[in-house]
Structure formats: structure tokens, C-alpha cells
Design a protein around this ligand. Sequence first.
Ligand code: BG6
Length: 488
Amino acid sequence: HDKLDAFPKDFLWGAASAAYQIEGGWNSDGKGPSIWDTFSKIPGKTFEGTNGDIAVDHYNRYQEDIQLMAKMGLKAYRFSVAWSRVIPDGNGEVNEKGLQFYENLIDELKKHEIEPVLTLYHWDIPQALQDEYNGWESRKVIEDFNRYASVLFERFKDKVKYWVSFNEQNVFTALGYRWEAHPPNISDVKRMFQANHIINLANAKAIQSFREIVPKGMIGPSFGYGPMYSFDCEPNNVLAALNGEEFQNHWWLDVYVNGKYPKVTWKQLERLNVAPSLEDGDMTLLQSVKPDFLGVNYYHGGTVRANEIEFPEQKGNENLDKDFVATDPYLMQPKDEQAQSPEKRMFTNVKNPHLETTNWGWEIDPIGIRIALRRLQNRYDLPMMVTENGLGAYDDLTEDGHVEDDYRIEYLKDHIVEMQKAITDGVDLIGYCAWSFTDLLSWLNGYKKRYGFVYIDRDEKDEKQLERIPKKSYYWYKEVIESNGEKL
Ligand code: BG6
């Protein structure tokens, strides 16, 4: 890679996780239930009924996990705080023991010179707020989230520099309010856009507080970004890709960065009577803040063509991927013709004939990460951190206790090279947090779909000893970090 620029000297080579997926200790030391603690216990909602009661027991084993991070030379660790650990009922008493857990975690990271990257919200609103006022659907949540965030800002302002406000707002609103896949398990587009608007307000309000309490810190969202491609150069398809980019990406990012909803999508939502209702002062609040950096979660993008309804005879229809209906919530189509579907007539998802897929049908597209970073740099011109990227795969533990995950190494390597090309192009990239450090509980896929550098010896039914076993990719990433990306 002689011709490529080196990674910046202080590049944050990291890994990521989320509270519900690793901690366990779901009711330890005063923690209240989150919507995931409740939802995962409803029969049939998750793979083989898996829940986060124990997960990979990070709550009790965080020191051991951080030892492994330190031995690897990790420079940054992204984790999330469980709101209901800190304020068990969402808006009442602060639970000192919950705060203390995160303080211990942060201190331990800092002892090993690992930069903490703290996510305020990774999908686990306290159940009590869901019960009290329907969680994100009520404007009451704006103040409650602000109070929760401010408790963390105050406590950790001198210890944590990098903060993520919301993880993948686009994903959790769609899966929770439209596709009935995540809690609160609703299928209602209008309610989805309304809740989404309220989350935007909560995000802005919390950033206002951040500016006062942590003036030297950096805060931004972690957005689930997938670049949209046109199926081919037929102008209708190019237009569809433009629609897709706006509907799936700019709809959130323009609000975070510029405090504005994109016009074309707004009009489309109004036509269908699903646009969020605005109150006086909403847009002023949204425009009053701007993130310091963009967190980018990149797994794959999407390929689209003009809608089949308008162009039925068009070439490419044979590529319409009906399978996506059930297998990939990121790309799901409306369940039936009656469903409200604002993207209808805007674009149709199709399979990209140039890309292979993972065991779970996710496209593998390393060049997409360069395209993503380039597009985001052009449009928003902020520093960026890749806050998630990784390969979900079946891993086998050999009889002598190894995991030879060469496929994961190849996947990560290809993405890192493309990031380096993006940096060479001129992109301002400050870090890369691979998903994930240890294996963890997949929201809907149990423990079969693994992402970690460290294998956790447990399965859906049996948590065994929860032994931590570094995989081949662990040793590989160690060298990548040591050589600041030169040795891939
Ligand atoms: C991201 C989430 O959407 O994708 C993570 O932020 C999640 O929490 C990851 O685990 C992978 O998703 P899955 O469904 O493969 O576990």
C-alpha cells in the first residue's frame, strides 16, 4: 500500500459493543428492566427465546475483558450505557451502583490507555417509560432523556471525550415501529415518523446540555449508513437511487447536521399523511446544535431501481429480490399492498449482481465503505469515526480450542484498505471500531451469528463457563494496531 497515505498517528483503532448484548446482570444492583428485557421474554420474539439476562456476563467480567483489550493494544472501546441501570424507572432516583459500574469500567479502560467511546442510547429505553407514556412517542421523553444524559455528562465529563448520542436511529425506529421486529413491536408508519421526530428533538436537547457540561468533549450520532446505488445508468433508476439516498440516509443526517428535513421526502410523507407534526420551536431546537463528528456504522448499502409499478416492463425486474421480505429487516418491503409505504414510487430494492453475501444474506461490499465516507465527507464535512463494521458468521471452536476465522480477517482487511483509500482521497477519519470485541448476543439471532475477536464459549441454551478465547482475528488485529494499519 505504498501509494496510500498512512493512517493518522493517533488513529483510534477500536472495537464496539452494546449494553444489552454483553452485560447480563439484567436486574443486578438495582437495575430496572428495559424494553428488551421485557420483549425478549415474550415467546417467539427472539431466536430460541434468547434474552440478555446473562448475555456474556460482561457486568461481572469486565476486568477480564479489558485485560484482553489491553493485551491486544486496543486504542478505543465503544460501549453503551443502559439507561435503566442508571435511572431504573427512567425518570426517578439515580442508582449510584449503576453509575459506579460504568465509572469502574471507564477507569479500568483509562488505566490501560484505552479511550472510552460512550453511547448514551443503544435501543434499551426503560420499560417504565414505555409503560408510563409510550416511550419515544411522547414529548415527555425529551426531558427525561436529557436528564439521564446530563447525569452521565456530569459524572464523566473529565473522563470521557467521545460520546455517541443515538445508535442507529434509522434502524431502531424502523424495526420497532414499522416492521414489528423489535420492541415496541408496532407496525405504523405515521407513529414511526412521529417517534423519530421526537427522538431528533431529544438528541438536540441533550447536545445542548452537552455543550454546557462537557465543552471540550465531542458528541455525534452513530448512524447506520448504507450508500444507495443505482441498478444501472437508466436515468429513472439513477433518480430512484437519489430518492433512496434521501429517504434512507439524508432524512436523518440532514437533521442531525443542519436541523432540516430534506424537502422531497418531506413532501412525499405529507402526501401520504404520515409526516411528523411539528410544534412551535421544534425546528429552532433542531437547528441550535450540530454534532462534532459523525459516527458511521457500515455493514452494506442498497441497490435500487425505479419502482416496478411505474416501469413494469423494465429490464432488471428479474433481479427483484423477493427473499428480502423475510430475511433482512434493513431491506424489507411492505408486507402487503395496503401497507403505508412512503418509498413506493420512490425506489425499489434489488439484488446487486456484483456482490457476494454473508451467511446471513448481507452484501459484502468493502468499496461501499469508501463510497460512504466520501459521500458523507462531501455532504456534511465533519470528522468521522466508523463506529461499527464487521462480519457476522458461524464460528467453530476446534477441539484444541482455536477459532480459525480467516474469513473475518479477510472481511476486515478489505474494509480497512478501503478506509485507507478514503483517507488518501481526503476523508477526515479519526477512528474505526470493529463490531465487536467479544462475541455477544445478537438481538434476534442468538449466539450463532458471531462478530467478535474473542470467542465466548456459550450457546443459546447453555452458558457453560463463558470462557473467553481469542480468535485468530484477535492476533491479526493486534498487529494491525501495532503497525498503525501498515501490516494488514
Ligand atoms: C447494528 C447494531 O445494527 O448491527 C448492533 O448497532 C448489531 O447492535 C449489529 O448487533 C449486527 O446486527 P445483527 O442482527 O447481525 O446482530
